[in-house]
Design a protein around this ligand. Structure first.
Ligand code: ADP
Ligand code: MG
Length: 142
């Protein structure tokens, strides 16, 4: 299996609800290791740049407002097939459709306030990691 890195963000609804530890626990129990981490409140510009691919979507304004409404925990996760593994642990975008036991089923409030971000491909992961971290901030865990 391929060792990969992926970008994870614990979104403001879950930092507010004190679920940072519960969510990291799910990652660690499932073989993903944190190889970089930052706790931050995103500026409007930083959040807009991160979600630029969604700029034309009707929910873009709402998404940026939500992502800047409170602190976020931004992490690089590393492990076997980390990109797909993280997406599996997150569950479907809309918590109503998320499988039992997934992070979004357990902790999300709505399709917008859905607890976590995870890169959708290795290519996105590389771009998203570089958007938040310097090379030297990322420690190889395997
Ligand atoms: P995912 O985060 O599962 O990759 P998308 O990339 O499609 O999902 O969307 C990015 C984020 O935009 C979602 O995680 C969610 O916070 C928000 N979002 C997506 N669809 C909607 C929607 N229909 N209404 C409000 N917010 C949405
Ligand atoms: Mg996405």
């Amino acid at each position: 299996m391929a060792n990969e890195k992926t970008l994870s963000i614990i979104k403001p609804n879950s930092t507010l609800d004190n679920n940072i530890g519960n969510i990291i626990s799910i990652f660690e129990k499932n073989g993903l290791r944190i190889s970089a981490a930052r706790f931050a409140k995103l500026s409007k510009e930083k959040a807009e740049g991160f979600y630029i691919e969604h700029k034309e979507r009707p929910f873009f304004g709402e998404l940026v407002t939500f992502m800047t409404s409170g602190p976020v925990m931004i992490m690089v996760l590393e492990g076997d097939n980390a990109v797909a593994k993280n997406r599996e642990l997150m569950g479907a975008t809309n918590p109503a459709n998320a499988a039992p036991g997934t992070i979004r089923k357990l902790y999300a409030k709505s399709v917008g306030e859905n607890s976590v971000h995870g890169s959708d491909s290795v290519t996105s992961a590389e771009r998203e990691i570089a958007y938040f971290f310097e090379k030297n901030d990322v420690v190889n865990r395997f």
